[in-house]
Write a protein that binds this ligand. Structure first.
Ligand SMILES: [Zn+2]
Length: 579
């Protein structure tokens, strides 16, 4: 016997096998039981969530004289006719390929004739939003005065495209994305019936990739079974779908957590050699870190096995949160750049140096407590420059592949000289930053944010490369503070007055200053504390006005407790394991 696709073989023939739509299924069964059948239904929802399958089961049930508690018998003439596609009173139309007025006119001419075998003549129109306007008008006429025996079931992934005049005549049913756990359960029961071995993480991976659609999940599983009938492994599915192999993902995370840039880069090269997508790689990393955080907090992980995650039990939560922030930022940025491999290499350096950033930040906040004292401010400023230089040197030593990308910044001796000599650069001077902050308003910031993409586009080539990963975080009527995602790029501009002037010209503001994005939340906190202290003294009534000028607290503000994790991941994604 030839191979039958799992999707067809295991297509539910009864309501009870329809996965993930319990409320809707119960409502339809009740309609069958009570005999309250409407003339027109709308089944809307994402692809592969069971709309046409449900339509078919419903069509059987309302025509079946032997239905039991609303379930069709699947034995009688009409049930079998619908199952085999031979019942002339049951008509399925795919509007995606039949968007013409003719098809609907055909329905109108045929609908006059009473059903031959069954009680109801049923029309299922799939992807109904694809009908032309003319076809919709023809359909509307039919829906306005349907014969007593006619039932229309319209299915769509895009209900917004259906005219309101049609919608108002339909009984609406919304199909939801199917939960990953439901998909995993369904896949595993199919594989058990097929007597095929499987790795549970492979099924979890399929469930995640199918985005709540059972049809997509079964189609991935079908392909996997075609490749290997003996066992469905994680790596088989990852090969098939372009996701990152587990081992590679784990090795990479271990390498960056140990600040081992070389090993991490060699894992990335492996990904590139295999032709995999780097965006997918970042998303896989995000999922891995999410699962590690869940595991560390005794919550059931969603994609990886607990036995896999044990390897990471010693990673600190603070580090994982920092890494997550970097990855989420890079994930967004990756969609906008052409040289994705360079971006991922820079990301690797960032991740590998997170440990240093965390410890350096502690020193910083300690010193910043003296923010009011101007003399100590100048000292921090100098000290910070030194520590940044040493980090930059580390990077260029153990990170050859992106040397070209950061070479002009600090490996060049002149630039170093300039940093030392050039005390007049105010680019990151807290006193100047605070001046802008003192007059900052939300309105000015919004204006600047709206201009920002254009500003980056208009920048001369060298400057554009340096400000590409920046965004304004505070603005006054004559100044702006820019947050830099990449510290080396901030240093480069700070050490070069020409670049600063070019930036000022570009933005057409006189006061243009920069700060490393990772340091901003802490800086902002200290600034506000300082303002509060001052306002107690001077009874400054403008305080609330100026505080409203800031963007909302970012991920780094999340505290290291469970509540924060649950809030971050969304309560619907969290399941507490009983210990
Ligand atoms: Zn039947």
């Amino acid at each position: 016997m030839s191979y039958q696709a799992l999707y067809r073989k295991y297509r539910p023939q009864n309501f009870k096998y329809i996965v993930g739509q319990p409320v809707l299924v119960q409502t339809l069964k009740n309609a069958v039981i009570t005999g309250h059948i409407s003339h027109a239904y709308l089944f809307s929802g994402p692809r592969g969530t069971g709309k046409t399958t449900t339509a078919r089961v419903f069509a059987k049930a309302i025509n079946c004289h032997f239905h039991h508690n609303g379930e069709p018998c699947n034995q009688c003439e009409t049930c079998q006719g619908i199952n085999q596609g031979t019942l002339s009173d049951y008509i399925e139309i795919d509007a995606a390929s039949n968007n013409g007025v003719d098809e609907i006119r055909n329905i109108r001419s045929q609908i006059k004739y009473a059903p031959l075998v069954s009680d109801y003549k049923i029309y299922v129109i799939d992807e109904v939003h694809m009908l032309s306007l003319g076809a919709f008008n023809a359909l509307l006429k039919t829906l306005e005065e349907p014969p007593s025996y006619a039932v229309f079931i319209l299915a769509t992934t895009n209900p917004q495209k259906i005219p309101a005049t049609i919608i108002s005549r339909l009984q609406k049913y919304d199909f939801h994305r199917i939960q990953e756990s439901d998909i995993v359960y369904q896949l595993s029961s199919i594989l058990k019936k097929e007597k095929i071995k499987f790795d549970p993480t492979a099924l979890q991976l399929i469930a995640r990739l199918s985005n709540g659609g059972m049809r997509d999940a079964l189609s991935i599983l079908d392909q996997a079974v075609t490749l290997n009938k003996d066992e469905i492994s994680f790596d088989l599915v990852s090969d098939l779908t372009g996701t990152t192999k587990k081992e590679l993902l784990f090795n990479y995370l271990i390498a960056v957590s140990k600040s081992d840039v070389k090993s991490a880069i060699s894992e990335i090269n492996q990904i590139l050699v295999e032709g995999k997508d780097l965006g997918q790689f970042i998303q896989d990393l995000i999922l891995l870190i999410k699962d590690i955080l869940l595991f560390q907090n005794k919550i059931e992980p969603s994609t990886f096995l607990i036995s896999d995650l044990k390897e990471f039990k010693n990673l600190s939560e603070a580090w994982l949160f920092k890494a997550l922030t970097v990855l989420i930022d890079e994930d967004q940025r990756l969609r906008q750049v052409v040289y994705t491999d360079i971006l991922v290499e820079i990301m690797t350096v960032k991740l590998a140096h997170l440990n240093q950033n965390i410890s350096r930040k502690k020193e910083m906040s300690q010193v910043e407590k003296n923010l009011v004292n101007k003399e100590s401010l100048t000292n921090i400023h100098e000290g910070e420059k030194k520590s940044n230089q040493s980090i930059s040197q580390n990077i260029s030593e153990d990170f050859k592949p992106i040397k070209h990308a950061i070479e002009p910044i600090n490996t060049n001796n002149n630039a170093k000289e300039k940093v030392k000599v050039d005390n007049i650069s105010d680019f990151t001077n807290p006193t100047m930053l605070n001046q802008v902050l003192g007059q900052a308003t939300r309105r000015d910031l919004d204006k600047m944010v709206n201009r920002w993409d254009q500003i980056i586009q208009n920048a001369p080539q060298q400057l554009r490369a340096l400000i590409k990963y920046t965004h304004p975080i505070a603005a006054s009527n004559d100044g702006v503070i820019i947050a830099f995602q990449i510290k080396q790029f901030l240093d480069k501009i700070e050490s070069d007055l020409d670049l600063q002037n070019s930036l000022k010209k570009l933005i057409s503001e006189n006061k243009v200053y920069g700060i490393f994005a990772d340091e901003w939340p802490e800086y902002r906190k200290n600034y506000l504390l300082q303002r509060q202290r001052l306002s107690v003294k001077s009874n400054d009534t403008n305080l609330s006005k100026s505080t409203s000028a800031f963007t909302s607290e970012q991920l780094s503000g999340i505290t290291e407790n469970m509540e924060a994790i649950i809030k971050f991941l969304g309560p619907e994604n969290v399941k507490i394991i009983d210990d």
